[in-house]
Design a protein around this ligand. Structure first.
Ligand SMILES: [Zn+2]
Ligand SMILES: [Zn+2]
Length: 164
């Protein structure tokens, strides 16, 4: 997602309207357990404020993850407000800043970072999800099994703690 900034890079206060729909390279590999099939939509503005480019806008992304309890695939959508700054890379920038050089700015990393930060740590298909039986692995939402908790072996105890 390279944005041509030749029209605003030299003019203080100049701005660009952005409306982008694109797949972000490397997004999937930077977060485990999430799949992104659709392109990411971004709508916003890029404004030159004293040589610093301020990105202000809104991002929509659809993703598939798994229920933390029963591991069923879940499709979700997320909207993220984006507010980032890009400093001219030729000047000294602190490590946290995004940079641009010449007539182009790549906003991919900024968008990607915002998505990764906002993805949920845990998701449930429903609040009442019963999860999987720790003993036979059956989906307890589909049917109860006859397994008894007390027959649990130590290895399963570890799994139980893992899922609780
Ligand atoms: Zn579930
Ligand atoms: Zn069972």
């Amino acid at each position: 997602m390279k944005v041509d900034i030749s029209h605003i890079s030299k003019v203080d206060g100049a701005s660009l309207e952005l409306e982008i729909s694109e797949n972000l390279e490397g997004l999937e590999s930077s977060v485990e357990g999430f799949e992104f099939e659709d392109p990411v939509d971004f709508k916003g503005t890029l404004v030159n404020i004293g040589g610093i480019l301020k990105l202000d806008g809104h991002l929509d992304v659809a993703y598939t993850s798994k229920c933390s309890r029963c591991l069923k695939d879940l499709k979700s959508e997320m909207s993220v407000t984006i507010r980032e700054s890009f400093v001219n890379g030729e000047k000294l920038a602190d490590e946290d800043s995004y940079t641009y050089e010449g007539n182009y700015v790549s906003i991919d990393k900024a968008l990607k970072d915002n998505i990764v930060l906002n993805l949920p740590v845990r998701q449930l298909c429903t609040e009442e999800c019963k999860g999987l039986c720790k003993i036979c692995g059956g989906d307890l939402n589909a049917k109860d099994c006859d397994c008894k908790e007390e027959t649990m072996n130590p290895q399963m105890e570890v799994l139980k703690n893992f899922f609780s």
